[in-house]
Design a protein around this ligand. Structure first.
Ligand code: ATP
Ligand code: MG
Length: 201
């Protein structure tokens, strides 16, 4: 096929595609708060949530972030996003279960973090709420699943919520509007590379 023919065919194919895409865009007319779940074993769950924090702040929205599990307060996301006007940022964890080795303390910490999250989920002033690593508190049974699901389901109608963490439950996935399961194809850690600032923290 000569070059002019290829160009003509390409233009026709793109015109057909545009009709389909335009129709799909025209059909999506709803506006409401969304529940997003970013789960799976691959890297990119929390950073996806923080990307949405940046987007929301760019629109002047009020954002609440609760980081469960992690105790560290030296991450790039907190240093940068946590100090932006419009963000309320809480780091509520004491570290991973294999670090704390103290179930009673982990549960008390989980409940303290959840109290902050529950307050945000009841307040329409928060337009985006990120519950980072929340899934673990459900899979370990540190928080009551029904309590958490009820609070998510009954949050303000226009409030967006992002939940991250591995092993999201079926019930959480069912409740969510958008679910991404990030696959672990490769991770530099397994090649002996330690967590890198700017990439991993
Ligand atoms: P990120 O915060 O980088 O988006 P994540 O939220 O998907 O990662 P977590 O399970 O919360 O993943 O782990 C956070 C830390 O562990 C990051 O330093 C990340 O690079 C690293 N990590 C994530 N997935 C893996 C993996 N499959 N193997 C090894 N390390 C991982
Ligand atoms: Mg994470």
């Amino acid at each position: 096929m000569n070059e002019p023919d290829r160009n003509t065919r390409h233009a026709a194919r793109m015109a057909r595609k545009k009709t389909v895409v335009d129709a799909a865009i025209a059909a999506a007319t709803d506006e409401r708060g969304l529940l997003l779940v970013i789960t799976g074993n691959g890297k990119g769950k929390s950073t996806s949530a923080f990307g949405m924090v940046a987007r929301a702040l760019g629109h002047g929205m009020k954002v609440g972030v609760v980081q469960f599990i992690k105790g560290r307060t030296d991450t790039g996301e907190e240093a940068f996003l946590g100090r932006q006007p419009g963000v309320e940022w809480h780091v509520t964890g004491d570290g991973f279960t294999w670090d704390t080795q103290n179930r009673a303390q982990d549960i008390a910490t989980a409940e303290r973090g959840w109290a902050i999250a529950a307050r945000m989920l009841a307040d329409p002033a928060y337009q985006l709420v990120v519950l980072d690593e929340l899934t673990y508190l459900l899979s370990y049974g540190y928080l009551d699943s029904d309590t958490v699901l009820d609070a998510l389901a009954n949050r303000p109608a226009m409030q967006h919520v992002v939940v991250t963490g591995r092993g999201a439950s079926e019930a959480l996935i069912e409740l969510a509007d958008t679910v991404s399961i990030i696959a672990d194809e490769k991770h530099a850690f397994r090649a002996g590379v330690k967590a890198q600032p700017g990439v991993d923290l």
